[in-house]
Design a protein around this ligand. Sequence first.
Ligand code: ATP
Length: 438
Amino acid sequence: MSAGFRITPAIWDKIHHFASFPQTGVSLQQMVLFGQNPSQGTLLKASQFLAEELPVRLAHRVKELDELPHNLSDMPSIKKVKNWYAQSFEELISFPPIVLPHNIRQALMTSRPEEHHLPESKVNYFDEPYSSLHNSMNGNGNGNGFNKLKLRVPMERRYYANTNNITWPPEVQDYNKRFTKLLEHIKSRHDPTVTTVAQGVLEWKRSQNAKHIGLDIQAWLDRFYLSRIGIRFLIGQHVALNTQQAHEDYVGIICTKANVHDIVQEAIENARFVCEEHYAMFKGPPVQLICPKDLVFPYVPGHLSHICFELLKNSLRAVVERYGADQEDNFPPIKVVVVEGKEDITIKISDEGGGIARSAIPLIWTYMYTTMESQGIGNDFQASDFKAPMAGFGYGLPLSRLYARYFGGDLRLISMDGFGTDVYIHLNRLSSSREPLP
Ligand SMILES: Nc1ncnc2c1ncn2[C@@H]1O[C@H](COP(=O)(O)OP(=O)(O)OP(=O)(O)O)[C@@H](O)[C@H]1O
């Protein structure tokens, strides 16, 4: 399907138009409040929010992919990713808007606004019927739909009204279902993005005979992957709200009582398993976990396990390589300490794997820096090869830091060259910080 897709001049115009609007960040807290026991009306509002926010975010990325420095935009894999973004953008803006029955429109016009938890700047959008935005984007008028919308007095308060007493007609459920299907389809189209962009950077490195990527490309990759985390979080959350059975500890993919001990313990077991497989050993380095068993906070468990798994793999590998795979009984333990502060929950992972030379510290945060020789993205690399190995892609640290930063946290690494490494994962337990939007 995507093979036949081309970015026509008309689509470019729309991309430029949408990219001229700022993206709107959401916080974990807003998502939890908004998504609790969602009615079809709430889900409709969420669909409307995404139907407007996602094209803006995608348009920013298409434009950026098209304007990358040093001819990076010309690399075949980068063009491929740009086309995916443009195609998803196009599918979203041409998704047919819902036409609500007259009685529902009436009810919405007369009902009082409820407190809503979506970002302030979206209020204008929600005041307006989506169809007027859609019409203006479809070429009737000067193609400047958003500005026009802001000047007009809202006729209906459809998306900002108290919807609790409304019996939603089947059209709404049908619309929510169709929109969710579209999002699922878009999400799977973008599954291979990280690997395909990595492939694009490799094509560029080869074409330029470059050893390292420059700071500007590094900064772009950070922005691009951070934005991807945000887009996938929004889509994942929406799909889960629409398709998953209600669960008392979950709002979509957010666990309102994410148990840090259990998530870290599982990451330890998984990382040790991969380590033992990789080095063909019976027993990987031991890992001690000191963490209150009842420490819970709202978070996306998948994000936290990803971060812990990546960092633990690094520590296990450092210890095994320093002591030798035949030293199973003499490995010094890796220590994981979890502490809850006022603002942060901090996880410290300490190993005695020999540390990192100070001169190499800036490099470890760059994409594709790895000291693993046997793997890496090589000549015959395929996007589908990107499964979780012990190490070798040089994406573990920079991507984990982005996951931590996405919900207002951070990741720091301090190393004692010749002894070992401490990594601090800071997680913002207040969950009120908005997404950092590049
Ligand atoms: N705890 C550690 N001790 C020693 N060196 C480390 C540690 N953590 C990371 N490093 C160094 O930093 C490099 C980059 O780490 P990063 O996690 O980004 O990628 P990787 O582990 O090589 O590959 P992957 O993307 O598959 O995780 C590693 O190859 C290793 O040389």
